[in-house]
Ligand binder design. Structure first.
Ligand code: CA
Length: 285
């Protein structure tokens, strides 16, 4: 990962994690204690310990950093009214500032759902780094499809600090986050599916989204539960590995799609929401 990408994250964590220790003179106690502090900071904030790379993953800054309007570019007319079904609620079952996606029946079952995408997050895809994604969600109606997507620079774009969507090309789709907790006493069970899948083949449904009828959803529960994935997959094929290593960024793709309640009930109700919060992307190696 180069320095420009690090600065894009604007996170002291990265700077701490990679900063070289200062040169220490034999008798310079002050400098030595500085070095101890830097070491401590490296341990506390550096690689291997919690430091959230996700931009505004707790939604405390509203929808800042999240893309939810898709009517600026051609070919996205299906999502022209997407932004009307995305909001932040102040409080929801013990959490504050929560993403709320409210797909109509038509959106969630017949169309491509309602979606948001995180800001592009720089990753180190070639240096042996490993990452863990954690997402907490609940639903009063819609199911979900939540996964990371890998992006590289479009041809001819000179890499810089602040990529626009039009400058990036999707290269890779990671495994979905599944919420398979039993919900027993509010306990959270996490299932990891780490097998990445390649893009490049035609996909059913509008906007590159798989059709709702494919049934491959995250299985979000009616109460809060947490799902997690790690990447890269250790068992990638050479082809997949080659594509993964071209990825310079990942974005989290969150879609309210499918249903966890019956069709008739969904159609009747006007309070069918997918709620998402506490999204973390951590470098774990
Ligand atoms: Ca929150």
């Amino acid at each position: 990962m180069n320095v420009r990408m690090k600065s894009f994250v604007s996170s002291n964590d990265w700077k701490f994690g990679r900063r070289k220790l200062p040169m220490i003179g034999k008798n310079l106690r002050a400098l030595a204690s500085t070095a101890v502090l830097v070491c401590a900071a490296t341990w506390a904030y550096g690689i291997g310990v919690s430091s959230n790379l996700m931009v505004n993953g707790s939604f405390e800054d509203g929808l800042k950093g999240w893309r939810y309007q898709y009517n600026q570019h051609g070919g996205e007319s299906w999502y022209a009214d997407n932004d009307k079904m995305v909001s932040i609620v102040d409080r929801m079952d013990g959490k504050v500032s929560v993403l709320a996606i409210k797909p109509t029946y038509s959106k969630t079952w017949l169309e491509g759902g309602v979606k948001v995408d995180s800001a592009p997050i720089p990753i180190d895809s070639t240096g042996g780094a490993k990452y863990r994604l954690t997402v907490t969600a609940k639903s009063t109606g819609p199911n979900c499809r939540i996964l990371l997507e890998g992006y590289k620079w479009r041809p001819g774009i000179k890499p810089h600090d602040n990529p626009d969507w039009t400058e990036l090309r999707r290269e890779y789709k990671f495994a979905q986050v599944y919420f398979t907790g039993s919900g027993k006493g509010g306990a959270v069970k996490v299932e990891t599916k780490s097998k990445g899948t390649l893009t490049g083949k035609p996909q059913a449904g509008p906007g590159g989204e798989d059709a709702a009828g494919s049934g491959d959803f995250g299985g979000v529960k009616k109460m809060w539960s947490t799902g997690s994935t790690t990447f890269p997959d250790e068992h990638m094929t050479e082809l997949a590995k080659g594509m993964y290593e071209q990825c310079k960024f990942v974005c989290l793709h969150v879609v309210g799609i499918g249903m966890i309640i019956g069709v008739d009930e969904y159609k009747k109700r006007d309070d069918c929401y997918l709620y998402v919060d506490d999204i973390k992307l951590e470098r774990i190696k």
